[in-house]
Write a protein that binds this ligand. Sequence first.
Ligand SMILES: C[S@@+](CC[C@H](N)C(=O)[O-])C[C@H]1O[C@@H](n2cnc3c(N)ncnc32)[C@H](O)[C@@H]1O
Length: 273
Amino acid sequence: MVLQDHEFKRIRDLVYRELGIHLAEQKQALVFGRLSNLVNRRGLQSFEAYCEMVENDKTGKALSELANAISTNHTFFNREHSHFSFFENRALPEMTHRLRTGQSRDLRVWCAASSTGQEPYTLAMLMRRFFSKEITPWDAGLLATDISEKALESARLGIYDTKDVASLPEPLRKEYFKELPNQKVAVSPQLKRDVTFRRFNLINAVYPFKKPFHIVFCRNVLIYFDAPTKEKVFANMADNMVTGGYLFLGHTESMGRNNPAFEFVEPAVYRKV
Ligand SMILES: C[S@@+](CC[C@H](N)C(=O)[O-])C[C@H]1O[C@@H](n2cnc3c(N)ncnc32)[C@H](O)[C@@H]1O
């Protein structure tokens, strides 16, 4: 099987339209390498037929599979650690203080490209540690979304290599992970219950959330998007966050300082104005 120029163009258009991911001209060989297995596995004769199948699949599963092949799910516990300290020492105290003043205990946190779960589970552990000092229970929700169903399945399973959790402080490791045979660990059932995993495409025109979020982590996914797509994502984020809420991006994904909806707080941390 070969990837003809017109087929590559069709895949590029499809990937941009449906995933917001911009594939440069020189990515033809990479696309061939990553997609030919998928095309074969589905018993299709050409990349053209593959595009048609993805476009006609209303379940979104084929699109999720495509996203998985094109982008990387690379992530790890405690990644870009300064954000987690900021989350625990500034964002959580500030947001909960504000909510308390307004007689509410409904804190909403969203991890918007959660991949295989290491990032939302890190947030969930820090939330548990933070709320353990409270007497009255909080109704704190942690939503974790990703476009890749495969990544979400692995996140829901919550099984990791022992070496993957080595970067976490020992008390957290001891409390929230159970050792399994073969150098594996399993996330505790209580921590799993704290996180709701759902499939969600960040380039959807409309974000379907009923209530706005206080804290959003959207890290290391915007690198795949071009400038207009990023702007739309920022606008949608702003529409779905409370004023004063915190947005965390990856350290290489600055939004610049001119977005009227956000103010710069510190590298890759922004505040909805
Ligand atoms: C490199 S991982 C980042 C994971 C984590 N946020 C971190 O910083 O470690 C990027 C994730 O973005 C997801 N992704 C790519 N395009 C997406 C889209 N359009 N909507 C939602 N998630 C997307 C991928 O499936 C992948 O799991």
